[in-house]
Design a binder for this molecule. Sequence first.
Ligand code: ZN
Length: 353
Amino acid sequence: MKISIPGLPSAPYLPSTVGSVEQAVDKVAQLLHLNARPLVLTGAGISVDSGIKSYRGKDGTYLNRGYRPIYYHEYVDPSSTGEQKRRRYWARSFLGYPPLRIAQPNATHTSIAALQRAHAVHGLITQNVDRLHHAAWGGVPPNSVELHGSLSEVVCVARGPGKPHQDSEWWKAKRSETFGEMDRYTTAHIENDGPGCGFVSARDALQDELAALNPDWVKWAERLVNEPSLSLRRNPDGDVQLEGVDYGTFQYPSCPSCGGVLKPNVVFFGENVRQSVRSAAERRVHEADALLVVGSTLATHSAYRLVRDVVEAGKPVILLNQGPTRADSIVTERIGFDCAQVMGQVAKNVLNL
Ligand SMILES: [Zn+2]
């Protein structure tokens, strides 16, 4: 299963099945109350309130017209063309990552974390790569899967000529010159079922490396953090669009373990979701007795098929998303209200606050 540039089918869309926030809260609270192991699946829509741009607006159309993310095969291309693509990617990511890194969880993240703590939500699958669920929980949320990986990790995706030795300095880095303490982003164990040597590091540590290799670019990165009004287009994958800039001089490190190619631990377009991640997500779906989708158009097949599996198993599903979703035609409940408003109130009701 490869991630392709997502498109939403043209119709039919399900109009919101409730007419008020109160009804929405009742429906969601009931789903969580009546089922012992509800699973929550979240998407880009829930991080918009944290300042992370969504790919799509309320009507389901792309917000950044003309945005074309890099494809996996372009990124790992060993030729000089691939080299240029990687320089361009890391230059833009170098600038785009710091604002994303300092984003804070919002009411939707904290409500889901509170519901998990109260065992009203059993499992969590997120398509988001911002790790804001981790920040809200204060660690790795229980029974959670990052379906499309995380921007806060870097993995080796193509073995180099060296004998892998797992550079201990990278592993042990607990502080980043750029960000300070790195404990918010605990580097998780990654099952090495990919083409690389198995090296994994915190993205924060790579930011330090990139800053050291490209001192001229550091000023740009600082401006992006300090001047939020700077009119640059940002995308939810930590990419920043700059016009008229020469990316060809940007330096990036090779894998410190084997000399291979490092890549953020996020699923690129055209890339397969790793088998270990797919299996973990399927396990969560199998365990669940109900599903609540929050803030996702379900445009990517990897997320849509999980919803379809729950529907086909005859388990109840509620979509909480302001705009249309790809699963509208296969479910019977779509709540077209603001996620943070509904989830905040649901948490209060369920937890009797
Ligand atoms: Zn490597």
